[in-house]
Design a binder for this molecule. Sequence first.
Ligand code: UDP
Length: 322
Amino acid sequence: MTDKILVVGGAGYIGSHVARALLQENYGVTVYDNLSTGHRENVLDGAEFIEGDILDEKKISEVMSQGFSAVVHLAAKKAVGESMEKPQIYARNNLIGSINVFNAMLENGVKNVVFSSTSASYGNPQYLPLDETHPISPLSFYGFTKIEIERVMDWYSRLKDFHYIALRYFNAVGYAADGSIRGRELNPQNLVPIVMETITGQREKMEVFGDDYDTPDGTCIRDYIHVEDLARAHVASIQRLAQYPQSEIINLGTNKGTSVLEIIQSIERVTGRKVNYEIGPRRDGDPSVVIASSEKAKALLGWEPQYTNIDEIIKTVWNLEQ
Ligand code: UDP
């Protein structure tokens, strides 16, 4: 019998790539998504689609009663800035929504979940690269919600027959190289989509948030990881949970930092166009440097990123634009 996986938030940017990776490994896939930021067209042939919200306790429980080998839970609000202005929405969607998903699992005997968590939980680095034992001190309400959900999962795993792997993503970028995921995020808040919108004329110009950081070119450094690499790690996590019912927290990054200006330069190289940008003030809550240690992912999941060159990552975004 094929293992069936429920991908909650599977029509979104990362979720659709996860569902695609699972289909490629011959898992049965059911996508549950409210299409608030995702796209129906991102649910590929072979996956079942159910439109629904994680705040709909009854519906998520009904869906869960179909029986699944594991859940991948990615449904969340994720804009750092918005979470500071509208924490109520983040509390309801992320905290209550996640609890609904986990309770539906407990009610229906579904034991394993892979959860999308974030490097935003670490806050300002005390040392680099950031490993999973680095102290937690989120600078945003968004980061707080993800950490609280990790804590709920931790308690459930101690009290119940419930196992999780929380994957702390660093900066996800890129698209499936075969162009199969076509629906772009609406109103993106992240650097690469914003630079692309500027290149393609959807925006007149963009702002670099601060060039007075203590970094070589003065702009913030992040660890950019290709979304297909992220997606593969979810498959490896499901396989690990099936083999060892042990809960874990695992970083997903590349161990490599790229500055904001280096991203802009890469996009200029790949597209052959100039980016119209100006230097603006710092954005609230931005740590200067965020780089992952991905030793644990390598040791536990046998996972390593395949994309290590930023231009190669950017090419997958540019292919889609064209
Ligand atoms: N950034 C920027 N201009 C923008 C959007 C982002 O300079 O219009 C910077 C941001 O300050 C950060 C980096 O790009 O240093 C990555 O930001 P993003 O929001 O993509 O991800 P985050 O690191 O906040 O999760």
